[in-house]
Design a protein around this ligand. Structure first.
Ligand code: SAM
Ligand code: SF4
Length: 475
């Protein structure tokens, strides 16, 4: 059990770790081979797996959720913290055993661990046959062919322009209501703790026309919500030469919002230094752009923020939150927080708690600092906070967030929200589960009403827990 489970806090991303996925509904195509894919890490990785599925479908490979019937087993990996890497390594060892009973089975590693561990996985430990980095998925069919002849095949080259713009992702394990759409790849920020700029390369924005088209196609197929994905969405920048137009993130949001008032638009992640008033006014202007911003603070101490290379101070961050509340008064705000970064003193930790309290986050993803090879922090600073202190600080952070989430939910009792139904409640098939614009989970009884998945319903909140609003349709 992880520290976070111990502290009673659920991180919804963690629930999806290692998820095996296959297309939703009956796939009418006939395939001569099967692939199995498991994904770890951030939403971007899950989204990449859908691009990989599309590329493999084109080569006659169909997806399966049962690795025992697969000809090709793929793991889409994450490097963000050491624990993520350990989980993937353990899984690869299990698949190696599977190979012994099934000669001809190919195992491949995709994603963020590819570059750093390619020679270890391929030659030293002989764990896998194929290694493919996040910018090289188009070469996967050729690499599979090469591996079928018994060679080890690898392509971990990073690109300055690959965005997979023309590839229409196969929606894996979709609820048919909400979908993720990648709008950019890589990251140019150099947060000193973070391995992403090294594993995913330079930032590049995807062609606006292809993004809007993908969102329009999703809407035509019945989807009601898209989440625009990037490591730093506010620095989206695309020059549409054909129409002589510069498209910023604010403009992109507007274009997607204009597809239909019935299509909700979300986005993640915003960097506090880059989110502009223009973006905030666009969110305020369109009812279907959700009133929710994930604005990771990482630390509340200006001194630590400087070491993290986040390029803002505590005061600057708080002023940004004020600005959001001014322009979008009912906006939900969530954060990422790291406990125990290099040199973090008790007073720095207290500043983090203070910022959390001040911002009254609705939700946070909370982590213990994990030193990553090759990052600026690993090269420049010593990972000098003892594990017990890191854990204790994390428990305090999680405890405070639990209280803030509970208080935030309690304040919603008596209010009525427009809720988009995503499906059955996990706990009871007699209840619907959906979200309000602030991204809060709302559960309400199905009763005798004729609502279905994908409907918008006005729901009055009657009660709440720390993680969920409990309501009834407001008729
Ligand atoms: N680009 C996004 C951003 O800047 O917020 C998300 C990046 S990362 C996939 C998600 C979160 O993981 C970060 O916001 C940070 O809190 C956490 N993280 C990244 N590197 C970490 C490390 N070395 N140790 C602990 N947490 C880390
Ligand atoms: Fe990592 Fe910072 Fe880029 Fe986010 S913005 S991916 S934390 S370097």
């Amino acid at each position: 059990m992880s520290m976070l489970d111990l502290a009673g806090h659920k991180i919804h991303d963690e629930n999806r770790q290692g998820e095996a996925v296959a297309p939703f509904g009956g796939d009418p195509n006939k395939y001569h081979k099967r692939f199995y894919i498991e994904s770890y890490g951030c939403q971007m990785n899950f989204s990449d797996s859908e691009i990989v599925a599309s590329i493999l479908n084109g080569e006659g490979f169909g997806a399966t959720r049962n690795y025992e019937e697969a000809d090709l087993v793929l793991i889409n990996t994450c490097s963000i913290r050491e624990k993520a890497e350990q989980t993937v390594r353990k899984r690869l060892t299990e698949f190696k055993k599977l190979k012994q009973n099934k000669p001809g089975l190919l195992v491949g590693v995709l994603g963020c661990m590819a570059e750093r561990l390619k020679s270890k996985f391929l030659e030293e430990e002989q764990l896998v046959d194929i290694v493919v980095g996040p910018d090289a998925y188009r070469s996967l069919p050729a690499l599979v062919e090469e591996a079928e002849t018994g060679q080890k095949s690898v392509n971990v080259l990073l690109s300055r322009d690959e965005t997979y713009a023309d590839i229409s992702p196969v929606r894996l394990d979709s609820n048919g209501v909400t979908a993720f759409v990648s709008i950019m790849r890589g990251c140019n920020n150099m947060c000193s703790f973070c391995v992403v700029p090294f594993t995913r390369g330079r930032e590049r924005s995807r062609d606006t026309v292809s993004i809007v088209k993908e969102c329009q196609d999703l809407f035509n197929k019945g989807y009601k919500e898209v989440t625009l994905l990037g490591q730093n969405v506010d620095s989206y920048y695309f020059v549409d030469e054909a129409n002589d137009e510069i498209i910023t993130f604010a403009k992109l949001l507007e274009k997607v919002a204009l597809i239909s008032p019935l299509l909700r638009v979300r986005f993640s992640t915003s960097h506090p230094k880059d989110i502009t008033d223009d973006v905030l006014h666009t969110i305020a202007k369109y009812e279907n752009i959700c009133k929710y911003i994930h604005l990771p603070v990482q630390s509340g101490s200006t001194r630590v923020l400087q070491l993290m290379n986040r390029t803002y101070t505590k005061e600057w961050y708080l002023a940004k939150v004020e600005r959001i509340r001014e322009i979008i008064p009912d906006c939900g705000i969530s954060s990422d927080v790291i406990a125990g970064f290099c040199t973090e003193a008790e007073e720095d930790h207290l500043e983090t708690l203070h910022v959390m309290q001040y911002c009254k986050y609705d939700m946070s993803y909370m982590f213990i600092y994990s030193e990553r090879p090759g990052t600026l922090a690993q090269r420049r600073y010593s990972d000098d906070i003892p594990e017990e202190i890191k854990k204790r600080r994390l428990i305090e952070i999680v405890g405070l967030q639990n209280r803030l989430s509970f208080e935030s939910n309690q304040k919603d009792i008596g209010k009525t929200f427009k809720v988009l139904i995503e499906g059955d409640s996990k706990k009871s098939a007699g209840d619907w589960m959906g979200r309000n614009t602030q991204n809060k989970v709302v559960v309400f009884p199905k009763g005798n009403s004729n609502f279905k998945k994908g409907d918008y319903v006005m729901v009055k909140v009657m009660d709440s827990t720390q993680a969920t609003l409990l309501g009834k349709p407001d008729e």
